[in-house]
Design a binder for this molecule. Structure first.
Ligand SMILES: NC(=O)c1ccc[n+]([C@@H]2O[C@H](COP(=O)([O-])OP(=O)(O)OC[C@H]3O[C@@H](n4cnc5c(N)ncnc54)[C@H](O)[C@@H]3O)[C@@H](O)[C@H]2O)c1
Length: 434
């Protein structure tokens, strides 16, 4: 088996989507043009666990043009664009992804992606990297058992040069692994590049999460009270865009500095306890568990809408919602309605999975242009420094981050100011003052 997708017949639509993404990812295309000639990834096998979107397809095509062999699994059961997966399969890419897979399918597809005995793991959320480590440390669990059945006795540690990680939650998991001295290879935290989190997390998730809420519900955002949980990079973007659409935005934070920042950015800051009584639309973006629980749901207004933009579907306690409800039904393609004993209704979008990917198309290509340029350059960096990087969590060098920003500015036809020699010296001097 070299692919498993929903329907190969969707490939023509997928190809058009990928073409659209390519036209809006100039930096990645520039990098691709260079790599096609030098093919520095010849002989490199990449196992990727990413949201299978049109932008990911451009990344995959770039890696293949650079000489790599890629096997791709979805990093979320609901985020795959089936037409894009079909287009990739038709091009001969090993892709194991379809929208609506169950958890068992999800674990199986992770294992299929590892079958190629990768030189590099490319992850979004840490599930693939965690699986490699669980196999290495012979841990138990459903994912490990399934992988063992599919993979047999492969020794991944001996073949993997390194890995990359796309998102905040995945980086947190890697750091936890590293803190226990258990990381077995170096991983580059792509999320920590400024050209990633400042744009992808903030403007990408900010816009696309609202897009997901709107596509799922077709509600008017203006005049609504939108509660944003978490004022990190993702939360900031969502709050900014919700305000732009005319919502009253309430921010819930646990970090006192971020809470103050939200306050001085002009948002109403309060606890989830109070927010739950005033919110119309809730969007969680914390990367944390149980942010909205039964005790909050009990206080919500009739027709409150719950959604999540954080990586995993753990931020809204769905079990609590199911226990509180006397009935539930699918009322729109991406919306489940839960009826409480007193008749109030609570709506949950895309089963609490990333609203921007499950109910919309994920980030616009323009921001993924920078995120995925970081991914490609991270792979090249790992290959170039093979054997020289001890296990650990690394940032891409600042020079590479700046290079991506320069290329993006160039593509946007934006000129910036250059420091003069005198200015450079002035900034480096401690003697010059009053
Ligand atoms: N949907 C997407 O496409 C997408 C894109 C990028 C990141 N993410 C995910 O979004 C999540 C947030 O990412 P980020 O980069 O903004 O992280 P971040 O660390 O910058 O921000 C998270 C914020 O949540 C706050 N927080 C933690 N627990 C909380 C709680 N119980 N209540 C309220 N606030 C709480 C933290 O103090 C922090 O300020 C992660 O899971 C990340 O992987 C999703």
């Amino acid at each position: 088996m070299t692919f498993k997708v929903r329907d190969l017949g969707l490939a023509p639509e997928g190809r058009l989507k990928i073409e659209w993404a390519e036209a809006h990812m100039p930096v990645l295309q520039k990098i691709r043009e260079r790599l096609v000639k030098s093919r520095p990834l010849e002989g490199i096998r990449i196992s990727a666990c990413l949201h299978v979107t049109k932008e990911t397809a451009v990344l995959v095509r770039t890696l293949i043009d650079a000489g790599a062999k890629v096997s791709l699994a979805a990093s979320n059961p609901l985020s795959t664009q089936d037409d894009v997966a079909a287009a990739l399969a038709e091009e001969g890419v090993e892709v194991y992804a379809w929208k609506g897979m169950n958890v068992r399918d999800y674990y199986e597809t992770l294992a299929y992606a590892l079958k190629s005995e990768p030189s590099i793991t490319m992850d979004d959320g840490g599930d693939l990297t965690a699986l490699v480590h669980k196999l290495h440390y012979k841990e138990s669990g459903e994912d490990v058992q399934i992988a063992k059945n599919i993979l047999g006795e492969i020794k991944l540690k001996d073949v993997i040069i390194g890995g990359t990680e796309e998102t905040t939650t995945g980086v947190l998991r890697l750091k936890a692994l590293s803190a226990e001295n258990k990381l077995i290879y170096p991983v580059i935290a792509v999320n920590e590049s400024q050209t990633k989190y400042l744009f992808d997390n903030r403007y990408g998730t900010g816009q696309s999460s609202l897009d997901g809420v709107i596509r799922a519900t077709n509600l008017l955002v203006a005049g609504k009270t939108v509660v944003v949980a978490g004022y990190g990079w993702v939360g900031k973007g969502i709050a900014m865009r919700a305000r732009g659409l005319g919502a009253r935005v309430v921010v819930v934070e646990t970090d006192p500095i971020k809470a103050l920042e939200a306050y001085y950015d002009g948002f109403y800051v309060t606890s989830m306890d109070e927010a739950s009584t005033i919110g119309d639309i809730f969007i969680t973006a914390t990367g944390n568990v149980d942010v909205i629980r039964g005790e909050h749901m009990k206080k919500m207004k009739d027709c409150a809408v719950l959604s999540n933009a954080g990586h995993f579907n753990v931020e809204i306690n769905i079990q609590d919602l199911e226990q509180l409800a006397v009935a539930s039904r699918r009322i729109r393609p991406e919306v489940d309605e839960y009826k409480l004993p007193d008749g109030r209704r609570i709506y949950l979008i895309s089963a609490g999975r990333l609203v921007n990917l499950a109910a919309a198309e994920g980030h616009p290509s323009e921001v993924m242009d920078m995120s995925f340029s970081n991914q490609v350059l991270a792979v090249l960096y790992l290959v170039k420094h093979k054997g020289k990087m001890p296990p650990g969590v690394y940032k891409l060098p600042r020079k590479i981050d700046y290079r991506i920003a320069e290329l993006k500015l160039k593509a946007l036809n934006i000129r910036i100011e250059k420091l003069t020699e005198k200015q450079r010296k002035y900034l480096q001097s401690w003697r010059l003052g009053t």
